[in-house]
Design a binder for this molecule. Sequence first.
Ligand SMILES: Nc1ncnc2c1ncn2[C@@H]1O[C@H](COP(=O)(O)OP(=O)(O)OP(=O)(O)O)[C@@H](O)[C@H]1O
Length: 248
Amino acid sequence: MAQALIIKNLTKQFAISKRKINTVLSNLSLEVDEGDVFGFLGPNGAGKSTTIKLILNFLRPTSGEIEIFGNIVGKNEFRHQIGYLSESPVFYNHLTAWETLLLSGKLSNLQLKELKKTIPVLLERLNLQDAINIRVRDFSKGMKQRLGMANALIHDPQIFIFDEPMSGLDPLGRHLIKEIFEELKKRGKTIFFSTHILSDIEELCDRIAVIHKGELLYSGELSNFVEQQTLEEQFVSSIKEAENAKQS
Ligand SMILES: Nc1ncnc2c1ncn2[C@@H]1O[C@H](COP(=O)(O)OP(=O)(O)OP(=O)(O)O)[C@@H](O)[C@H]1O
């Protein structure tokens, strides 16, 4: 199986002041196979969003390297291969849902003729068909999240990077996003997503990584991680063990 995403010895430090450095990621390495639904888990402040920002080249690593389908992030152009949804997507408030997707599609070099077909289908799939001419400023949080998902899907990329994709969604919205995950998986797409919702991980993921304070605690099959205990028990005990190891 080819690797869609490889993170190699990734370290990220932020200079807090002249004398103080905050090491947010330490030597993180993990691999995501093509076609995987890969869950990225960790408590608050573990470094998940920072990792995702590094994958997207929004931040530069202090050291280490990231490859997406063999392209080194920061060296080769790669973003057309990625569908990205941030935890709180931000849009131009004065644009409608239609205009927002039209802008994204054009930025992805898609033809107007094609977009006139795909945008209504996408809006319908995300249950936003009635919002086609509504300005984003009048959207609820859940509607914005679903528009963000449409935005990530519009150019039909090979890999999706989602930062807490279920954030702000009601049960119907969450169910919808899970269905979309299943559809993407069937089409051989790769999904890498962070979440705090362990039941979503259990339902959706083949493989997971767990990080804590920027260090990798586990990476591999979900089934191996939960061999002895439930996901919640195993997650909590892994974090406690890591805390104890740091203190001793
Ligand atoms: N620009 C920055 N400068 C300094 N520290 C930062 C910066 N960005 C993030 N951090 C720190 O990095 C750590 C990891 O943050 P990050 O947002 O990656 O965690 P997370 O795992 O996504 O957390 P959450 O689950 O709460 O969203 C935090 O301690 C945060 O304060």
